[in-house]
Design a protein around this ligand. Sequence first.
Ligand code: CTP
Ligand code: MG
Length: 214
Amino acid sequence: AYTTALIVAAGSGVRAGGALPKQYATIAGKPLIAHAYAAFADHPAIDRVVVVIAPGAEPLAQAALGAVTLVTGGASRRESVAKGLAAVTGARVLVHDAARPFVPAAVIDRVVAALDAADGVIPAIAVADTLVRDGTVVPRDGLSRVQTPQGFRTEALRAAHAAWPADDEATDDAQMVQRLGGSVALVQGDAMLDKVTHPEDFAAAEARVQWESR
Ligand code: CTP
Ligand code: MG
């Protein structure tokens, strides 16, 4: 099926700090967003890549990526995905955070394959540490961290966004699809996909660069 990768990069990277939003900071000599873009553009299962950017960020995005398809995002990640979806063509879409620079081809393969039998697919990895919620220890058994790229039947994700209340800030597309009764499958994620969120994450990402091409 025709598959579009939708990379959301319209955030301002407040927690990461820095002179530029984190997606335009340099990792291993190239803008952070250019790493993920290349992973999708080079993957045989991906037919088209659409990038969602902040209003006014065209010069930054063009400097980082060259002439690619750009869409203006919104004030929240959810709004940015919704605006990007309007430009998505094809039966399937993979939504990816620009803040996750290293995307193993094998994860894209797993997400795409699992879409044959589900409305949505999320890559996840088991939680390594025991968690605490509001002072109470929560056993980690059965808990996983969800990453991107998340795959969807385009119509299922469009329906979920259309039905979602405007004042409810969902942070996860799969949660939205699931809430509407859609089926969501899990596939194995990869530590390479960890998000750059805080300043110290840049160094961790630099350290992962040597495995980027595997
Ligand atoms: N994102 C987006 N539009 C928004 C907010 C976030 O496209 N209005 C994107 C970010 O660019 C990022 C991804 O969603 O690639 C995950 O968000 P996050 O890690 O929270 O990035 P930021 O929102 O930029 O960072 P912060 O929350 O620290 O400001
Ligand atoms: Mg954010």
